[in-house]
Design a protein around this ligand. Structure first.
Ligand code: ZN
Ligand code: ZN
Length: 404
């Protein structure tokens, strides 16, 4: 039996770009190691979730790992919360949250509290409380971003947002979307009222006001979601697994399915990450495990910044880091792909399929010699994200026989 390495380059696919002479970043990149991998395996295209679906990273990662997002995607809240290090439990309700600025007329004047250049950790601590038997846990992320988790019994995610989603409006009162959401809405409204007092009078904000900065005097919540009741990876596949992932949401997902964290020095979840260190740690991590998941976020970040030249550059840096993968093909099935395409022209995710290469020794190769949209597109190999794990399992001689 072989081991499996699954490397997801976030936002990998792209569209032809004028700044690259009508090529995609991948088509114009110098990527000898990716090309060697595709030569040593099967090259083709992967549909993220389904044909033409414009996926988020969360739904696509769920699907690639073999978990149907229709069943398990219960909103971004739980994924964000887990990614910020909150050990979310089954009956919790989680939200995405923003520290925002509210004026004396109760109007939101900045949804990001001036993008909050200081660590609001003390604010989060001050907001951790218990009301009517429900525990509130707040943890901050990057800048103004945070997560809120409600922990207690009889909680429901069938409630509205307090986030008005634009400036110039008052924060919304939480209302139930179904009868079972009433208790949760009531307790959350009490929390939000209390939090306004606490935030308004907190030394953190008094200092900001004295410095002429916008105070973080409101916490806006959105996207309530119950933690999905999800089967552990090990019981699904009979493999022990680890992950080398920088971005919180995917770290949260990996935690939830019981993958173990592989620590990487200098991993940032962005452009300045330690590419070589990450791939090396992932390869080393395979010594103790059957499966490793890697996510490299940088291509998606560059595409969101509408910077195809930077995207090409990070793809080349990733490729440089890939050289150890060529040495493990004897006992490992290496899968390299993306979670979705992200257009460097529009800066948005698209529903275009994504190149995929599945490489290992002694498997059928299909003559694909270059890892990009065009060459993988010419190949007849097409796979849906939900079948990627199963395909890798059978190539690693781990799949169970269907029938006699
Ligand atoms: Zn993504
Ligand atoms: Zn993205």
């Amino acid at each position: 039996m072989k081991k499996i390495m699954l490397i997801i380059m976030d936002g990998l696919g792209d569209r032809p770009n004028d700044k690259l002479g009508g090529k995609t970043p991948l088509e114009s990149a110098y990527i000898p190691n990716m090309n060697r991998l595709v030569e040593n395996g099967i090259g083709g295209m992967m549909y993220s979730v389904d044909q033409g679906i414009v996926c988020g990273s969360d739904t696509s990662h769920l699907s690639i790992l073999g978990y149907d997002p229709v069943k398990y995607y219960t909103g971004r809240g739980p994924f964000e919360a887990m990614g910020l290090g909150i050990m979310v439990r089954q009956s919790d309700v989680s939200f995405r949250a923003n520290f925002a600025t509210r004026d004396e007329n109760n109007i939101i004047i900045d949804r990001r509290a001036g993008r909050l250049d200081e660590d609001p950790g003390d604010l989060c601590k001050a907001l951790s409380m218990e009301i009517d038997g429900v525990e509130f846990i707040v943890k901050n992320g990057v800048e103004h971003r945070a997560a809120l988790v409600m922990r207690g019994s009889n909680l429901s995610d069938k409630i509205s947002d307090s986030d008005p989603h634009s400036v110039g409006k008052a924060p919304g009162t939480i209302v139930p979307k179904a009868p079972e959401g009433k208790f949760t809405a009531d307790v959350l409204n009490k929390f939000l009222a209390k939090s306004r007092d606490i935030l308004q009078n907190h030394p953190f904000n008094k200092k900001r006001i004295s410095e002429g900065k916008l105070p973080a005097n409101e916490i806006l919540v959105r996207g309530a979601g119950m933690t999905p009741n999800i089967d552990p990876f090990q019981s699904m596949y009979g493999m022990t697994g680890g992950y080398a992932v920088g971005i919180p949401m995917i770290r949260g997902l990996a935690n939830l399915i019981g993958l173990q964290e592989i620590k990487v020095q200098g991993m940032t979840g962005s452009i300045d990450t330690n590419y070589k260190g990450k791939i090396k740690a992932a390869v080393d991590g395979l010594a103790k495990r059957d499966f490793v998941l890697v996510n490299v976020k940088a291509p998606d970040v560059a595409a969101h910044d509408k910077n195809p030249i930077l995207k090409r550059e990070v793809l080349e840096r990733i490729d440089e880091a890939f050289y150890p993968l060529l040495d493990i093909l004897e006992d490992t099935v290496v899968v390299i792909t993306g979670d979705h395409s992200t257009s460097s022209e529009s800066g948005e995710h698209t529903g275009d399929p994504v190149p995929i290469a599945i490489a290992s020794n002694e498997i059928r190769t299909n003559g694909c010699t270059r890892f990009d949209e065009k060459n993988c597109g010419i190949s007849s190999f097409r796979i849906y994200s939900r079948s990627v794990m199963q395909y890798a399992l059978q190539l690693s001689d781990r799949a169970e026989k269907y029938g006699a």
